[in-house]
Design a protein around this ligand. Structure first.
Ligand code: NAD
Length: 486
């Protein structure tokens, strides 16, 4: 196995990063590009031994990093952000080659946001605090103490973005980290290790282990020295992680799947509503927050569908490195099969494909809109994670809310309406961690983020991130009492 491979002109280390050193495994796994299925390289395939080594490195590095003054921790996080900003082009091309998402989005949106993740949590750390308060003359002081080694496990659909959304607050909080990126997109996590080391992050504070979740995951999540587990991924994996973490009662943050609705009322700006609907094909539909269930008021359904078809027809599907491309490939042949299975079963069950309904060439799936779908059908209830939307109609507000809430998920919801009072009534009734009104995907890092029901457990973002990654302590000091008895 080569220790380093060159991806889009960028050198990427294929080994783990443990205790400030590159460590190779005897076994490897093959990383392929979704763009054309070509092999990118062989990556170290970690197992329990690598998991234990990484947790030990994180445990050893913890006391010193936890004792590092906040201002110094913040300075190093800003230095990491500087490193990310210097390497935006490199990170963008490596990520696009590895996971197939659009190069233009990585360049202009995602990688700058990765840098912002570090800056935001560095700055938030410096203002983190709670006013002291008094109880019968006693002073209460709340502190956010570092918790210890954190295991962070991330998916492939937005690899570095989702990893740093966890790494940045965990490090800011004074914790040490073992990051396990997804095996279908392992590369930018390795580049992050280089950037963090160059920025002066001490050895062992950030560790990166590679491998299949089924082989290395349990050793990480059941380790007694791990104090927090933050996971973004699917519901079945979350169940396994929760069971594994139960042995040590390790606190968990789970950001899971969704089947979010877009409610379009007859009083909405129809062009805006159609734009919001077509936007759901972004990242080839591999977005947890995607509003994949379009619910349209009956009276405008025909006109909505006509304009949707027109707008979707203008989308360009192809090589994600091309500036003109709107929809790239899906991550893996297995994912493509999964998507196609959902669509075939839906059509066999009576659904009608308004557009798409079949795979394209290679790892591309035709953007699909299905109508005539039953509320209790698989296609309406289960997350597809591909460019597949359903369209249902509703007669009134009550029915819209009922349909919107009628899945086991509760990650997000989007409402298109021209009536502010309706917006208030409807949003109050929706079960979702994030609700957007006449907009989509506006995300501020200070907002709580997470899902209800099977879409997740807990919230991260702003102070909520520090609440999760820290051990909160209240110190109560009696008035007087400072005289010694000696
Ligand atoms: P996945 O659950 O298959 O894998 C996620 C990660 O878990 C990978 O790194 C994988 O290696 C690891 N893993 C697998 N088995 C494990 C085990 N037994 N122990 C520990 N780790 C294990 O999910 P995926 O297919 O990579 O990602 C897609 C899912 O992620 C979708 O359901 C999507 O909605 C969800 N997602 C949610 C959010 C959110 O913020 N709510 C964001 C992005 C993606």
């Amino acid at each position: 196995m080569a220790d380093k491979i060159v991806v889009g002109g960028v050198s990427v280390d294929t080994r783990h990063w443990i205790g400030g050193e590159r460590v190779a495994s005897d076994e490897t796994f093959t990383d392929a590009s979704p763009i054309d299925g070509s092999v990118i390289g062989e990556i170290s395939r970690g197992g329990p031994a690598e998991a234990r080594a990484a947790v030990a490195a994180a445990r050893d590095a913890f006391p010193s990093w936890a004792a590092t003054p906040r201002a110094e921790r913040a300075r190093i996080l800003h230095a990491i952000a500087d490193g990310v900003e210097k390497r935006i082009e490199e990170l963008a091309i490596v990520e696009t080659t590895d996971n197939g998402a659009l190069l233009r989005s990585h360049r202009r949106g995602v990688m700058p946001r990765v840098a912002h993740n570090f800056r935001f949590f560095a700055d938030w750390l410096l203002k983190l605090g709670h006013e002291d308060f008094e109880t019968r003359g006693h002073n209460n002081h709340v502190s956010w103490d570092p918790a210890g080694p954190c295991v962070l496990i991330t998916p492939w659909n937005a690899p570095l973005m989702l990893a740093t959304w966890k790494v940045a607050p965990a490090l800011a909080a004074g914790n040490t980290v073992v990051l396990k990126p997804a095996e279908w997109s392992p590369l930018t996590a390795s580049l992050l290790a280089d950037i963090a080391a160059e920025a002066g992050l001490p050895a062992g504070v950030l560790n990166v282990v590679q491998g299949y979740g089924s082989e290395i995951g349990d050793a990480l999540t059941s380790h007694p020295d791990v104090r927090r587990i933050s996971f973004t991924g699917s519901v079945p994996t979350a169940r396994r992680i929760a069971a594994s973490a139960a042995a040590n009662l390790t606190p968990l943050s789970l950001e899971l799947g969704g089947k979010s609705p877009l409610l379009v009322f007859a009083d909405a700006d129809l062009d805006l509503a159609v734009e919001l609907a077509v936007e759901q094909y972004d990242n080839a539909g591999q977005v947890c927050l995607a509003a994949t269930r379009i619910l349209v008021e009956e009276s405008i359904a025909t006109e909505f569908t006509r304009r949707f078809e027109e707008k979707a027809a203008a989308l360009t599907q192809g090589d994600p490195r091309d500036e003109a491309t709107d929809i790239g490939p899906n991550i893996h042949p297995r994912q493509l099969q999964k998507i196609d299975g959902f669509v075939r079963r839906a059509i066999e069950g009576g659904a009608r494909a308004v557009i798409g309904g079949h795979p394209g060439d290679g790892q591309y799936y035709a953007p699909t809109l299905l109508t005539e779908v039953a509320q209790d059908s698989e296609i309406v209830q289960e997350e597809v994670f591909g460019p597949v939307l359903t369209l249902q109609t509703f007669a009134d507000e009550d029915e819209a809310v009922r349909l919107a809430n009628d899945t086991r998920f509760g990650l997000a919801a989007t409402v298109a309406t021209g009536d502010p009072e309706r917006a208030e009534r409807v949003t109050a009734q929706l079960v979702a961690g994030t609700v957007w009104v006449n907009c989509f995907f506006v995300r501020d890092l200070q907002a709580p983020f997470g899902g209800s029901r099977h879409s997740g457990v807990g919230r991260e973002g702003g102070t909520w991130s520090f609440d999760f990654y820290c051990d909160l302590k209240n110190t109560v000091t009696a008035p007087g009492g400072w005289k010694s008895h000696g």
